[in-house]
Write a protein that binds this ligand. Sequence first.
Ligand SMILES: Cc1cc2nc3c(=O)[nH]c(=O)nc-3n(C[C@H](O)[C@H](O)[C@H](O)COP(=O)(O)OP(=O)(O)OC[C@H]3O[C@@H](n4cnc5c(N)ncnc54)[C@H](O)[C@@H]3O)c2cc1C
Length: 386
Amino acid sequence: MGKKQILILGAGFGGLETASGLAAAARDAFEITLIDKSDSFFIGFSKIDVLFGRRTENEVRSLYRHLRADDVRFVQATITAIDTGAKMVTTNAGAFVYDYLVVALGADLAPSATPGFVESGAHEFYSMGGAVRLRPVIEQVTHGTVVIGILGAPYKCPPAPYEVAYQLHAYFAQRGVRDRITLKVVCPSPRPVPNPAVSAALERLLAERGIELVAGTPVSAIDAAGKAVVLDGRRLPYDLFIGVPVHVPPEVVRASPLGAKGFVPVSPANLETAIPGVYAVGDVSKVPAGDMAVPKAGAFAEDAARTVVSDILVREGLAAERVAFKARGACFFEIGGGEVARINADFLGGPAPVMTLDGPSRQWQADRDAFETSHRERWFDPDGAP
Ligand SMILES: Cc1cc2nc3c(=O)[nH]c(=O)nc-3n(C[C@H](O)[C@H](O)[C@H](O)COP(=O)(O)OP(=O)(O)OC[C@H]3O[C@@H](n4cnc5c(N)ncnc54)[C@H](O)[C@@H]3O)c2cc1C
């Protein structure tokens, strides 16, 4: 019997962990193809380092041509159609058939989903391009009101907008202009994260820095000409608006049967979609967790990938037991001055989601650095040619 064809769409946290996990466990049983439109990978929080000028885009980039799993075939191509009936995926570099399909295409940013946001300049730090463009803009700020607005939910890494607010405070203070700048965060939900204790800690960190939280009211539009955030009829004037754009499933997923309900519903047991042999992991998926959904974070995408790897191995008779998906992981956030906090979450490991907060403290900086280094070194050869 020939090798089974495993096709993995998207080489972010979910796709990289699936590809390297399957290659490590059973390289002889599968032909593994990993497709991504980009030539490189970035850890999510490295965009914040680029925004604040601590590192350059090139310093935080890992090139797919340096993938460690050299028996994984990487194809740089844009995926244009997913045909689950024909078990075929079409790209601008040709078509690929599969026995198992793992969709790990993440979430796309949709700035145009908020009226007026694009016209306002659409400043954001959720894409590497956005972080690079925003850097010189924050350098010019000497006074006025800076508003960070979360424009929809769900969005990736729920603490990230607060992390940027804390760091803007430290950055403006260090430049000696903080007392001339008003900082606000606008959040559509009643509190920053679902867990009340962790939310209270995030809110305390905002209050200690004199950052106002405007919670519980969705942004309906940005009045670009009048420079105001429109909230339920209320207006919040700004001099610089930084948005966390609405997140949507990638267009190719929306155009396929998988995306008929938005983010792809999957079973929490094995991350399989309604179509047998087709999995969705990471930000592209929607995994129920009590009356919520598992948040969009790299740590959970990676955890999901481990379950998918084990599910495929069990189905192929190559492993005895499936690894349960616990939606367990940690998110680091830096508050400025070298202090880092860590949110630990376990959404499916017990009867109810659990979230705790460690820090902030200087001791977590090393762990944040280690998170990045260990992931990049697990998936990529750091000594690869430039
Ligand atoms: C500022 C910021 C800070 C963050 N901090 C943290 C943190 O501290 N901890 C944490 O756990 N998470 C963090 N995250 C979230 C984390 O980055 C994401 O949740 C994670 O990357 C999701 O992994 P994924 O594999 O689902 O998708 P992604 O990593 O987004 O990968 C999807 C891949 O699919 C590719 N793709 C999409 N469409 C196509 C197409 N049509 N054709 C070909 N390729 C395509 C993309 O190029 C991309 O490489 C942060 C995110 C941001 C923006």
